[in-house]
Design a protein around this ligand. Structure first.
Ligand SMILES: [Zn+2]
Length: 297
């Protein structure tokens, strides 16, 4: 299974996990490989590709840092490396989607900081919306219907704002924290507040998709911030439940012969969650994905 990552995803010395953790996870995959996982750098999108989703003034702001209020609207301090990190991270999401689609397989990218970003601004530690870019790129290469699963703790209101008007996209968003939520028919947004019903809710929502066989690709935003150890996590929601969630998602895609591309999404250090703990959470996604992936020629 291909997992996209390059050092450009990260901003060295950054105080923000979103700009660092892909590197921690890649290092852990080197030290303790997961069977059948191959890490490789994505081809970088050219700047104009970002205009499939974002407007020119916003893209310019991230590249130049001007105006500063716009370049920092997602919550980061702007620096030159933020541009290459956001571009590389979104490029990885697109590469994973196109790889999964082309090879009818499972792929991923160690990208995060995507789903709150809107057409003209970043938000909630999300700079460019790599999920929306991946979805649009999939349509451009022949996919007709794309399913987006977003199981980050927070709602994916940015992706919703960008794609929900297009009939080609359907989404299930199960969140555990009331932030960036939305409502529309093909884009279901469910808030879970009881950890005991979390996995069952996801299983139920997947089973309610009566047209599961008609999708060409699933994009999966695999946030680990619902974990109770995160500051905005759901009390009582423990790592084994998130591991179970990952098995559910990738098994469901396999049963429906649906190619799937995952990205990492939320997951943050806290007083109760150290770097090793955070990496261990995100490895659950990679492990479950790899276990479900068909062998590629
Ligand atoms: Zn989140």
């Amino acid at each position: 299974m291909k997992v996209f990552f390059s050092a450009e995803y990260c901003v060295g010395g950054s105080q923000y996990e979103t700009l660092q953790k892909a590197g921690w996870i890649a290092a852990s995959l080197e030290r303790r490989p997961i069977t059948d996982v191959e890490v490789l750098a994505p081809a970088l999108l050219n700047e104009d590709a970002l205009l499939d989703v974002h407007d020119r003034a916003y893209v310019d702001a991230i590249r130049t840092g001007k105006p500063r209020w716009l370049a920092e609207a997602q919550g980061f301090e702007w620096c030159d490396a933020l541009w290459s990190a956001a571009l590389a991270s979104s490029s990885g999401a697109v590469a994973a989607a196109l790889h999964a689609l082309k090879h009818h397989s499972v792929a991923g990218s160690l990208s995060s900081g995507l789903h709150h970003a809107r057409v003209d601004t970043g938000a909630g530690f999300c700079t460019f919306n790599g999920l929306a870019l991946a979805g649009r790129a999939a349509l451009a290469t022949g996919a007709e219907r794309v399913l987006i699963l977003d199981f980050d703790a927070h709602g994916g209101g940015g992706t919703w704002s960008l794609l929900s008007g297009d009939e080609a996209f359907t989404s299930i968003d199960v969140c555990t924290y009331d932030f960036d939520r939305f409502s529309s028919r093909r884009w279901k947004n469910v808030l879970v507040t009881n950890p005991l019903t979390y996995a069952a809710t996801i299983e139920r929502e997947l089973s309610l998709l009566d047209d599961a066989g008609s999708f060409d690709l699933c994009l999966y935003n695999a946030g680990m911030d619902p974990c109770e150890l995160s500051d905005q996590g759901l009390p009582g929601l423990k790592q084994p439940v998130l591991a179970e969630r990952e098995r559910l998602v990738f098994d469901w895609c396999r049963v429906h012969a649906l190619p799937v591309a995952f990205v990492l999404a939320g997951g943050y250090l806290s007083k109760r969650l150290d770097r090793g703990g955070l990496v261990s959470l995100h490895r659950e996604t990679i492990r479950a994905a790899a276990a479900s992936a068909p062998l590629e020629a």
